[in-house]
Design a protein around this ligand. Structure first.
Ligand code: ZN
Length: 197
């Protein structure tokens, strides 16, 4: 048995895998076939759908439903009441719809109440602003805001916005973070999309 904490009001179905040091708080529901990594935190009223895969060190704030078809990599932050979807053409009366998958890559953060339309990929260390409605893929390290969400800038591993361009060539733009001194390389094509605005 792995050592994780589950509050007595939470319901974890059979055939699930939950890593050590993960905390599952009040009224959480984890469906069969789901796997959750080590050192995760699932806040009150979190729902994890059938066969969903969640990596290590993932923090899921209150009221988030991670539906079937969503994949969450390591170190991801899902803000309070953010919303995933898994059906592009929902109708109450259609049967057997196709699940459209969504992929949240390593280190990405999704702000409170943001909505992610199914079928998109949220890039590594990307940041989705609170309340944004994401309708297309988000590049690595991009900060996206608004409805529909668009690129507003780039963020560091530490989450701070990147302002200082250190080097620029035809393939990449390298930023230096003034907060933690790390360097972040952004694809030149992606960077130019921001400049065109
Ligand atoms: Zn930084």
């Amino acid at each position: 048995m792995t050592e994780y904490y589950k509050h007595e009001s939470a319901f974890v179905e059979e055939d699930t895998e939950i890593g050590e040091d993960t905390n599952i708080w009040h009224l959480v529901h984890v469906r069969e076939g789901a796997s959750i990594g080590k050192n995760c935190n699932l806040g009150k009223d979190v729902y994890v759908g059938v066969d969903v895969e969640i990596g290590n060190n993932v923090k899921i704030q209150n009221g988030v439903s991670v539906y079937e078809g969503v994949k969450v990599e390591d170190d991801v932050f899902l803000g309070p009441h953010m919303t995933f979807t898994n059906d592009l053409y929902p109708r109450a009366t259609n049967e057997g719809w196709d699940v459209v998958s969504t992929h949240v890559k390593k280190g990405a953060s999704i702000g409170a109440h943001a909505t992610i339309i199914s079928g998109v990929e949220i890039g590594e260390y990307a940041m989705v602003g609170a309340g944004a409605v994401v309708t297309e893929d988000v590049p690595d390290f991009a900060l996206v805001v608004g409805n529909p969400a668009s690129i507003n800038g780039f963020v560091c591993y530490c989450g701070e916005k990147l302002d200082d361009v250190k080097e620029k060539d035809e393939d990449a733009v390298v930023f230096a973070c003034s907060h933690c001194d790390k360097e972040v390389s952004v694809d030149r094509e992606v960077y130019d999309k921001l400049k065109e605005r």
